[in-house]
Design a binder for this molecule. Structure first.
Ligand code: SF4
Length: 238
């Protein structure tokens, strides 16, 4: 069956379902093709909790950019030890020396698109198979770029993406985390609603858009993994 037909069949089944039900439908119908990525933000923790209950064998990729906060790495270690998931750490296949040569000492400042491409997008593309189905914790209320998120669709590369939390709000996620006493990144309690690499993540004022602390002061609000349209490689990419 073509991927277009799969989406036409499964999308109406998934719309309006709970995250747990969407994960179960995805597992049953697309099981052998599924994979997940996470940086252990609070939405990712909620999704991992559903995955832990229904689908613990799915490969969950954590992209180690070399710039994660200490708090994020500690949370990864805790969940990796305690939750029995199939978490795999991936990194750029380029050496740090090569990355510094290509990007400069402050590449995250001078050319963040290229830095994200080399440190995040490229390593994921290396391991992602052409028929992979991507389980993601994207939600509509995270940013204007995510406002149209559906429970199932194609990503900018034409791969199927499943978004079980698509219509969950920030409040629903936190209620779930508190109800089940799930661990979370302590930076969330210090006004970091969205947590990426430390050079590119800032706290957000009360009421600010969730992802506005990412690449603050620039127009960039996505690293490139989740852009709806994937253009050419960023400027300067080899
Ligand atoms: Fe580089 Fe910043 Fe992107 Fe991390 S978030 S890969 S440091 S530009």
């Amino acid at each position: 069956m073509s991927d277009k037909k799969i989406i036409a069949d499964l999308l109406p089944e998934m719309v309006g379902k709970t995250p747990g039900e969407i994960v179960s439908i995805a597992r049953e119908r697309l099981g052998h093709r599924m994979m997940m990525t996470t940086a252990f933000g609070y939405s990712g923790i909620v999704l991992l909790s559903f995955v832990k209950d229904a689908y613990p064998e799915i490969p969950c990729y954590f992209i180690d950019t070399g710039f994660h906060f200490e708090e994020s790495l500690k949370l990864y270690q805790k969940i990796n030890l305690e939750w029995g998931l199939n978490i795999k750490v991936i990194r750029s296949m380029r050496s740090e020396e090569n990355l510094l040569n290509e990007l400069g000492q402050e590449g995250y400042k001078d050319n963040p698109d290229l830095c994200c491409y080399y440190r995040k997008v490229e390593p994921l593309m290396e391991i992602m198979k052409s028929d992979s189905v991507w389980l993601s914790a994207m939600r509509r209320d995270q940013s204007s770029t995510r406002a149209e998120t559906q429970p199932l669709g194609f990503d900018g590369r034409g791969q199927i993406k499943v978004n079980p939390l698509y219509n969950w709000t920030k409040e629903q996620c936190w209620t779930y985390i508190r109800k089940y006493n799930l661990p979370y990144n302590p930076l969330h309690d210090q006004f970091y609603p969205s947590i990426g690499c430390h050079p590119c993540t800032r706290p957000v004022d009360e009421g600010g858009e969730e992802r506005s602390g990412r690449w603050a002061g620039s127009e960039k609000i996505e690293c490139g993994l989740h852009l709806p349209e994937q253009g050419e490689k960023p400027r300067g990419a080899l």
